[in-house]
Design a protein around this ligand. Structure first.
Ligand code: MG
Length: 159
């Protein structure tokens, strides 16, 4: 059995807006996230973890931010691409673990919905998808509420 792990990390800054999209879930908020696509920092991070496990570059290589066709794009396009790439290389996604780092919005009430949405897109049991959150104790850019950071791990298995 061939087991591969990949990690992902991403950051998006807050900017004008009235909601954020995190792991496919729209959450009303006093600010939005700045980004070329829909700025779903959670989904970008999980996507990069899958690319990392496959040693197939990163989201910016597959979907260059300089390319206008990805402006405002739904980030599920990126995640589905990574999942299809994994399948085409003979790998199943075993599990995903994703940690959002922010003071606001509060993630807890939305975590189950995020797990369900990632699981739906990846065709996984929700039991194999973890979405959790932490603050940085008001330290650094996440602590000052300047943006949201995210870390993720993906485990892939070739039976
Ligand atoms: Mg990003």
């Amino acid at each position: 059995m061939d087991i591969r792990l990949g990690n992902g990390f991403d950051v998006h800054a807050f900017g004008p807006g009235d909601h954020v999209v995190l792991c496919g879930v729209r959450i009303p908020h006093s600010q939005g996230l700045v980004g070329h696509s829909d700025a779903d920092v959670g989904m970008h991070t999980v996507t990069d973890a899958i690319y990392g496990a496959l040693a197939r570059g990163d989201i910016g290589q597959h979907f260059p931010p300089s390319d206008p066709q990805w402006k405002g794009a739904a980030s599920e396009i990126f995640l589905l691409h990574a999942a299809r790439l994994a399948r085409s290389m003979g790998y199943d996604i075993s599990n995903i673990d994703c940690t959002l780092v922010c003071e606001f919005p509060k993630i807890g009430p939305h975590a189950a919905g995020m797990r369900a949405e990632l699981a739906r897109l990846l065709d996984l049991d929700a039991d194999r998808v973890s979405v959790k959150a932490t603050t940085s104790e008001r330290l650094g850019f996440t602590g000052r509420g300047e943006g949201i950071a995210c870390l993720a791990t993906a485990a892939l298995v070739k039976p």
